[in-house]
Structure formats: C-alpha cells, structure tokens
Design a protein around this ligand. Structure first.
Ligand code: NI
Length: 209
C-alpha cells in the first residue's frame, strides 16, 4: 500500500506521533529492492499460491520485499507486487493511535467480522504501489485481523485499527488477486487509472508487455 496521501501545504492533517513500535525491521544487508508490478500484470489479478516451504528462500524473499517496499516508500507490499506468485505480505505501517507496526504474514486469511463491527468505517484515502501516483477515497472497516503464519511456519494473528487496518485488508486482497481499485465505483476506478496514466512513479516498475 502507498503512504498516506498528504497534499503539499496541507497542515491540517497531522499524522499522530509514533509512541510505540510493534515488530522490527529485519537485517536488510543482503536484501535487494526489486521493481514493482503494476495494474494489468497478470500476477496481480489472480490468487497467489499458498506458501508450503518455510525455508531460507522464503526468508530472503521477505527481506527483498521489505527492501522493495522501502525503496518505493510504501507502507505495505504483497509478493505479487514484485512478481512472486506466493501468499506473503510485509508491512511497516502506522495506525491511528501512534503505533508503528512492522512485520510479515504468510498465507494470510482475513477474519470475518460481525456486521455491527463492520459499521465502524474508516473513510480515508487509499493508494497502491501497483497503481502508481493514484489515490481514491475508499471506506473500509476501521478494524481488521489477519490470521496466517510467520516465516518459520508458526501461527500468527495480526490486528489493528485505522490506517493499519486498511493496510491489512489491502495486502490480503492483493494475494487473492484484487487491487483496491477493484472495489471502487466505475467512475472512481477510471479516475484512478487516469491519475496513474498522468503521473510518474518515483520508483522502478515492471513494464507491462
Ligand atoms: Ni497495493
């Protein structure tokens, strides 16, 4: 997921100060940032494969995903966004309560929530590294929880509120073949694609053939 969109000169929206950090950035000394796939690349539009091997290769992939996310100044990244057909995402994302969340989830599944909890909506803007330079308003549940595994295969559950809840939903959606623009109205989707066509990403992308 792309960082929160702040209009230049807009000083009304101040991000909360980070007062707590959950998780830590892995050692990225051997990691390599890879170019980002963009809307239209088939790897983004189908469900990724489940991870079955919890080995050094998976660990190296996660490190490369962190490096790629930081190079693109994102707050979340799914494996298919660097062209890898596996269910893994990484994140380094603030929530709305001053907590910075850093980590990864393998084989994530979003927990279903009762309808009354879904009513607490976060109606912020959303962007995606695979739809460079575009942003759109997209209401999402203001709380999300994901179950999955860590790189060693241990079960994990990650949850959060606000912008981080948005991130967890966005990244899990990626691994099932959905971009946030697939959840927009036809008009808003068209507008997002127009923003993308008119903008220039500040990071390397994989050209669509
Ligand atoms: Ni995205």
């Amino acid at each position: 997921m792309a960082d929160q969109h702040n209009h230049e000169h807009d000083h009304e929206h101040e991000e909360p100060q980070v007062t707590e950090v959950i998780g830590e950035v892995p050692d990225l000394s051997k990691a390599e940032a890879r170019p980002i796939t963009v809307v239209g690349n088939p790897v983004l539009h189908r469900e990724c494969k489940d991870v079955t091997a919890f080995d050094a290769e998976l660990s190296a992939l996660i490190d490369d995903m962190f490096a790629s996310m930081y190079a693109a100044e994102g707050v979340g990244l799914a494996a298919n966004q660097i062209g890898v057909d596996l269910k893994v995402f990484v994140y380094d994302c603030p929530d709305d309560e001053g907590v910075r969340h850093i980590g990864h989830v393998v084989n994530p599944v979003l927990e279903e929530w009762p309808a009354d909890r879904k009513r607490v909506l976060d109606d912020g803007q959303e962007g995606c590294l695979s739809v460079p330079t575009a942003y759109a308003e997209l209401p999402r549940p203001g709380y999300a929880a994901v179950r999955g595994q860590d790189k060693d295969g241990n079960p994990v559950r990650v949850d959060g509120t606000g912008f981080f809840a948005r991130c967890l939903q966005h990244e899990t959606d990626h691994l099932y073949g959905f971009l946030y623009i697939d959840k927009l109205s036809k008009r808003d989707r068209k507008d997002a694609l127009k923003q993308m066509a008119e903008g220039t990403p500040r990071y390397a992308t994989v050209p669509n053939s």
